[in-house]
Design a protein around this ligand. Sequence first.
Ligand SMILES: CC(=O)SCCNC(=O)CCNC(=O)[C@H](O)C(C)(C)COP(=O)(O)OP(=O)(O)OC[C@H]1O[C@@H](n2cnc3c(N)ncnc32)[C@H](O)[C@@H]1OP(=O)(O)O
Ligand SMILES: CC(=O)C(=O)O
Length: 526
Amino acid sequence: MTDLHVYDTTLRDGAQQEGLNLSVADKLDIARHLDELGVGFIEGGWPGANPKDTEFFALAQRELSLRNATLAAFGSTRRAGTVAADDPMVRALLDSGAPVVTLVAKSHVRHVETALRTTLAENLAMVRDTVAFLHGEGRRVFLDAEHFFDGYLADRDYALEVLRTAAEAGAEVVALCDTNGGMLPPQVGDVVAEALAGTQARLGIHCHNDTGCAVANSLAAVAAGATHVQGTINGYGERTGNADLLTVVSNLQLKLGQPIVPEQRLREATRIAHAISEVTNVPPYSRQPYVGASAFAHKAGLHASAIRIDADLYQHTDPMAVGNDMRMLVSDMAGRASIELKGRELGYDLSGETELLSRVVEKVKDLELRGYTFDAADASFELLLRAEVEGERLSYFDVESWRVITDSRDAGEAVSEATVKLVAGGARVVATGEGNGPVNALDHALRQALSGAYPELDKLELIDFRVRILDAAHGTDAVTRVLIETSDGSTSWETVGVAPNIVEASWIALVDGVTYGLLRQGIPVR
Ligand SMILES: CC(=O)SCCNC(=O)CCNC(=O)[C@H](O)C(C)(C)COP(=O)(O)OP(=O)(O)OC[C@H]1O[C@@H](n2cnc3c(N)ncnc32)[C@H](O)[C@@H]1OP(=O)(O)O
Ligand SMILES: CC(=O)C(=O)O
């Protein structure tokens, strides 16, 4: 292990993201995930700034038994003109019980004079007193030098003096913050190297992503000598976010040979990123480096043809190193190799089946021209592939007809009613269903009709429904594409339907969703 600190600020700076609102229980939950990932420090929030963060630290002392990480409480230097020991916000940091306290301090002359409205000397005294007081009380103290890079460019000597003052008063780490996120990697590298030469302090880095360079800036800082790197999971944070710690750690570990978390913990990165997304209720970003669902998904036929020979030909690293998986996507950009590899993923050995593969490629391209999209509807593709392999389409029931009407009585809420007639399990069934829309009503009627022959459908649920109108520019007349996501409670699958009529497109996707649901449970046709 190197001497590099990984310091997570998801629960503090990450929580400053627009729309992100964490309860105390959420914070405890996330802290457990972070500990599992193996970060060195977890910044839990700002005790004293709001009751939630104060309660988090109180509960953390009782309920959070961290195995790897050390808890840090965030706060600011004492107010101008006061005594650190008497400042209620400084006392709240002590009362939090956190073994590490991270203080934010001004390091830019303009911020001291215009935002803090005090003198440069008093700001240095605020840093010195607060660090010394907390250090004297037995806390490990880190200092976040706010606006350090801009401050350094404006007044180098003063910015460095803030770092020296903190280090001399007992700060173990001084983290240089690109608070406005406006820096680029070469500037960051130069300033970190100069700050190191000018202070001898242990330096950290805290980057925001306003130029899209937070990760690159963090790496530049580490290359220049910073040994403490801050960031947030999934890059959450104020404005455009902070450096995504998962990308930073993966790059340091897998590309730069700096093993900062144990290998087996890095293999949990994808799972933990998604688990934390569940808690924050922020949908995972599929194109997130390393851990995104698309990070190792391949769509182009040429890529697939090379991957079939050696996966490394189109992958920068082994997806398993971060707990992710390679996936093949099927679309009109697929070639035979894409279908063969997708087939392998689905359990079909199609090697050498040149004719069948060509047929499937042709079918997919034709259907995509008509508006289908299979890279978003794996389950519909599997049914299509299965039909080509088996020579006939899997059919659990024969549909005679379906009908749906929507009406509103006495100007009340519109209600839809559907009737489905089909043959299943050797019997003709007529079933009706009601719903708050035509698709909902059709879904109810279809399940009702199948409930006798296939009671296993009971646990399936339609969980998402997306509609897109495809205009003439798509190569045909305007049509509607419907994507439906169905779940059995533990996993979900997507199916697609395309038709000029939205209800017909929905029906096609619904039938695929139900058929796939039965197939994956291994239910025989009755
Ligand atoms: C770059 C960052 O992200 S730093 C973290 C920022 N995070 C947050 O601000 C979230 C939590 N903040 C809060 O809950 C509130 O702002 C509080 C509780 C901290 C302060 O609230 P209030 O007392 O109402 O003050 P308010 O927010 O209006 O202004 C901040 C005050 O802190 C002062 N201040 C700002 N930075 C510092 C500092 N490093 N050291 C000392 N005082 C500071 C400001 O000058 C201002 O003082 P004033 O009240 O005399 O004008
Ligand atoms: C401290 C902090 O969050 C910043 O300067 O961005």
